[in-house]
Design a protein. Structure first.
Length: 101
């Protein structure tokens, strides 16, 4: 008997609204939103598990490890609001939006 291992690629539940794609936060995580791209910046709010966020632009910052790997990319989700890309299911290890700045 031959057993064949298969893997299914999982794409994020990307939603595009007015030209800006939204991506889901990792299931089971509450994610801190910070005023800049690193944990030294103040927390401005916390995202509940299961929400999707728009990514307006991305910028390098502090390296963070999370459910989607280790990265120094931070996603700008609103004016002066950033989350680590390590907690956002973009389906990519790199940029999915323009560079901030």
């Amino acid at each position: 008997m031959t057993v064949e291992e298969t893997s299914a690629a999982t794409e994020p539940d990307e939603v595009v609204t007015m030209g800006v794609a939204r991506y889901p936060i990792a299931p089971g995580y509450r994610v801190n939103v910070r005023s800049g791209p690193g944990t030294k910046y103040p927390i401005v709010r916390t995202l509940l598990a299961g929400v999707s966020v728009p990514i307006y632009c991305q910028t390098p910052g502090e390296s963070i490890s999370g459910p989607y790997g280790t990265t120094n990319l931070w996603d700008n989700i609103a004016s002066d609001e950033f989350v680590s890309d390590a907690y956002v299911n973009t389906g990519s290890d790199g940029y999915v939006a323009r560079h901030c700045g």
